[in-house]
Design a binder for this molecule. Structure first.
Ligand code: 0A1
Ligand code: ZN
Length: 879
């Protein structure tokens, strides 16, 4: 590793900025290798800053990979002794409390493969400034508490007819030498991380939205010409999101124009730049022929997420990056509720909880574990995590549960009103919730500062004579790196009690059948009186808190809950617990060298679900899905990869063989030839149909594989085609799979999004996606190491979603991943640092695997010059 190790930044060291920038005027003269950037800043001493005792402090401007050309103050070129160029920026001596600073610098967008700052994607200029990318564009106080009015002029050759930036277009024309010139002005003060610029030969679709107060907003979605037919779904989703934010949060859009641009090279899903959202193409472009239902739903939720940021993030932003969950946790909660309202609430919740349990719990128990509001970081890009986003959203959800919807809305109204135009903290959010409702969230605040997943151990007893039922709940949060001896949290546990007939028992005189128990102590008892029979508890309904709940349910009780629990989430969860019990027992049998025993209770449970025509088919599909190998790994104290794989494959095959006639009947019933629609009911139907198809194909019987072959041949929509192809790749004969893959590629090779799907189907296949095939894919003409989507599809698919091949006992998967991470780090540190994640969990694996994973990590560590991003993850994982 580097000798000059990256510095750790601490929340406790936060200081207000010394200077404010009232106005930022930027001019870009675009050129792939030599873009000229002129910035003119109106600088003013911050009255809130510490006055100090030695006059005016120097002004620090962040700047990375910039070629400095000149510095002027109040129109006069500054002599070199007045400023100092240092690693990471520029330090300027200051003589007056207010002045105009002009800086000129050059950058090379074409050589920028980090995809932070200004870069080129398929010949289109675009920017990504969150979190600290603006410093790769020009010298600036690149911190979110410096908010400024931006005016941006873009000059480019006529081959770039579309020139965009934030706000409203205020001027355009042609320069003397025939280039195009456009000026934009954003009337809302914003931090530099929300700045955006796009220049390209783009087409657009346009629509309008009339806000609740009657203002007409122009909506434009820009893409390369070949994708122009893939914009409709995002546009519809945007209008739904705009209406929903008015109705549910009273938030109206503020500019006269809202633009979205799709780009192929993008590190994340999308970015909420003011008035000019930039999207990863995969998260905005869709048509029925080319996108799966999952993609349609992802687009709806990401479009909404970015739009919602206009208030939760842009109008009210973060004071510093430790507060990231202020905008992300809140906005994820908002988009989850939006999606729940647009689709099936239970299914959305199940999907989110699955991510949380599989990946966030693993993060919270691993070397990078951190609180929702971290205390320190080396590289902030590493903290765009499931903890900050998803656990952060759960924290907001718990406030919503504890206060109730009306009180929550009062709190959010106060928060937006009180902090509009400001850069604030998570604490400010909680205080607004308290102040608006006269509530006390003192203990609740620990959710922001304590890392780790709390474990709840629940015991119960029933006193027949007294008619009293008691729940005893202990809570415990394990130690995490740098944090020991956690304090009890305030945990809402939504609960109901089921009688022998499967109905909920009344819990009070008014007849309420559900209550939210508020846990505040390490051990607490809750007594329910007037309970006429020994009940079965339905605990943590709707997953009311991000915890691991342990209660010793017997298999027959879980089957009972699967049939009767009126809380759909818990109904699904009962099935998951039943599957987890079966899979845990099978792992033990496998490791003891015993013959594996058929999981009869689980098969019976699945049979009852499959035959229940009254349930939402989307919920049935979720209930029939076994926990992934990754989720099973998260459950284990010590991970035995081979045992997990053997147990899971055995259970899947046993279910497939036992219920083949039922799967076939349901498949036939759901296989309707109706035109594609992305409505929830149709998505639900396809989802269950393709779940049935996957089980049918798992039998490897030719009649079942024929169903997949004919579904693929019909090619009615990408959901059905990709499911059929996936089943053939996983379960069909290799030559057959190869031939189908080849003809699919021939058909779709011009479509980037479909090619990404095609890569992913191969790399994640437990049977087909061997390391050799994955290595071949890296040499495929459609693969680019500089495109994060393709890296995620091939390398990420293999390392994160192909448990079987990645964990081959010879360690070849680990070696492969370390090679790729090392190569990627030179091009795109953010992506390298994310991709290394599967190696960071080495301590949880059984000794032989752990040793191999650790040495793969060590190889990376010994590489010499790692980026700050990768250094942080690797060094924390090895310590
Ligand atoms: N704020 C965006 C996502 C985003 C985050 C970080 C980035 O670079 C480090 C880029 C985009 C969102 O939440 O959608
Ligand atoms: Zn976000």
């Amino acid at each position: 590793m580097k000798d000059n190790q990256p510095r750790t930044i601490y929340l406790k060291d936060y200081k207000v900025p010394d200077y404010l920038i009232d106005h930022t005027e930027l001019t870009f003269d675009l050129d792939p290798q030599a873009t000229l950037v002129k910035s003119r800043l109106k600088v003013r001493r911050n009255p809130a800053a510490d006055p100090g005792d030695s006059g005016l402090p120097a002004l620090w401007l962040d700047g990375v990979d910039l070629e400095l050309l000149s510095v002027s103050i109040n129109g006069k070129l500054l002599p070199a002794q007045r400023y100092q160029e240092m690693t990471g920026g520029l330090l300027l001596a200051v003589e007056t409390p207010e002045f105009e600073l002009e800086v000129q610098n050059r950058i090379a967008p074409e050589s920028n493969t980090s995809l932070e700052g200004l870069y080129l994607s398929n010949g289109m200029y675009c920017t990504q400034c969150e979190a600290e990318g603006f410093r790769k564009i020009t010298f600036y106080p690149d911190r979110p508490d410096v908010m400024s009015i931006f005016t941006t002029t873009i000059v480019a050759p006529a081959s770039y007819p579309v020139l965009l930036s934030n706000g409203n277009k205020i001027d355009s024309g042609t320069t003397q030498d025939g280039r195009l010139r456009v000026t934009w002005e954003d009337p809302f003060a914003k931090p530099a991380y929300l700045f955006a610029l796009v220049a390209g030969d783009l087409q657009y679709v346009e629509d309008t939205f009339t806000t609740s107060s009657g203002r007409e907003v122009k909506l434009q979605l820009f893409t390369e010409a070949r994708n122009i037919r893939k914009c409709e779904h995002a546009m519809v989703s945007l209008k739904h999101a705009m209406r929903w934010d008015e109705e549910v949060y009273g938030r109206e859009y503020d500019l006269d124009i809202f633009m979205i641009v799709a780009v192929d090279h993008f590190n994340m899903g999308a970015m909420e730049n003011k008035g000019l959202n930039i999207f990863n193409s995969a998260c905005v472009l869709a048509s029925p022929e080319t996108a799966t239902d999952a993609a349609f739903q992802r687009i709806e939720s990401i479009v909404a997420h970015e739009y919602f940021h206009n208030w939760s993030g842009n109008r009210v932003t973060c004071r510093d990056w430790f507060q990231l969950s202020l905008k992300e946790g809140f906005t994820v909660f908002r988009d989850a509720e939006f999606s729940a309202d647009m689709n099936s609430r239970a299914v959305k919740r199940i999907e989110d909880v699955t991510v949380l349990r599989t990946a966030q719990f693993a993060e919270d128990g691993g070397p990078m574990s951190h609180p929702v509001r971290p205390d320190s970081y080396m590289e902030i890009s590493n903290f765009y995590t499931l903890t900050v986003y998803e656990k952060g959203a759960e924290v907001v959800r718990m406030i919503h549960t504890i206060l109730g919807p009306e009180a929550f809305r009062r709190g959010s109204d106060l928060y937006f009103e009180r902090h509009d135009g400001c850069a604030v903290t998570c604490e400010d959010f909680v205080v607004a919730m308290e102040d608006a409702n006269d509530a006390d969230l003192k203990q609740f605040r620990r959710w922001y500062s304590q890392a780790g997943t709390p474990v709840l151990d629940v015991e119960d007893r029933y006193d027949e004579d007294k008619g009293e039922y008691t729940l005893k709940i202990r809570q415990h949060t394990p130690d995490t790196p740098g944090q020991k001896d956690k304090l009890p949290l305030c945990i809402p546990v939504t609960t109901a009690l089921l009688g022998a007939d499967g109905k909920e028992l009344p819990l009070n005189q008014a007849g309420a059948t559900e209550t939210t128990l508020l846990l505040t102590e390490a051990c607490q008892e809750f007594v329910f009186g007037n309970i006429k029979e020994r009940p079965l508890p339905s605990l943590l309904r709707g997953f009311s808190a991000p915890v691991k709940l342990r209660y010793d349910y017997r298999d027959h009780q879980l089957q009972f809950l699967m049939r009767h629990d009126s809380d759909e989430f818990n109904r699904w969860d009962a099935g998951q617990r039943l599957a987890l019990n079966a899979l845990a027992a099978l792992q033990v049998q496998f490791r003891a060298g015993e013959a594996l025993r058929t999981p009869d209770a689980l098969i019976a449970g699945y049979a009852s679900v499959l035959g229940n025509g009254a349930l939402d088919p989307a919920l049935v599909a979720k209930m029939l899905a076994l926990p992934s190998a990754q989720e099973l790994a998260e459950q284990e104290g010590e991970i035995h990869a081979a045992a997990i794989i053997a147990a899971r494959e055995f259970v899947r095959n046993a279910i497939a063989d036992a219920l083949k006639p039922e799967f076939l009947a349901r498949y036939r019933q759901l296989d309707q030839r109706t035109p594609y629609s992305a409505e929830a009911a149709d998505i639900a139907r396809r989802s269950l149909k393709n779940t049935c198809l996957a089980y049918l194909c798992a039998t490897m019987d030719d009649d079942a594989l024929d169903l997949a072959r004919s579904q693929l041949a019909r090619g009615e929509n990408m959901t059905d085609s990709a499911s059929a192809l996936g089943a053939l790749v996983e379960f069909g004969p290799v030559e057959d799979a190869e031939q189908h893959l080849e003809s699919f590629y021939q058909q779709w090779q011009q479509d980037t999004q479909v090619v990404e799907t095609w890569f992913g189907l191969q790399s994640t296949s437990a049977s087909y996606g061997t390391l050799e095939r994955v290595q071949q894919l890296l040499g495929h003409s459609a693969f680019e190491l500089t495109n994060p989507n393709k890296v995620r599809a091939v390398i990420g698919g293999f390392a994160m979603r192909n448990f079987k091949q990645f964990h081959k006992e010879d360690g070849s998967g680990y070696e492969f991943l370390s090679d790729q991470v090392i190569a990627l780090d030179k091009l795109n540190p953010q992506i390298a640092a994310r991709l290394v994640t599967p190696l960071t969990r080495w301590k949880k694996y059984a000794a032989s695997d752990a040793g191999l994973i650790k040495s793969a990590l060590q190889r990376i560590a010994e590489c010499g010059s790692l980026s700050r991003d990768l250094f942080e993850v690797v060094s924390k994982s090895l310590s």
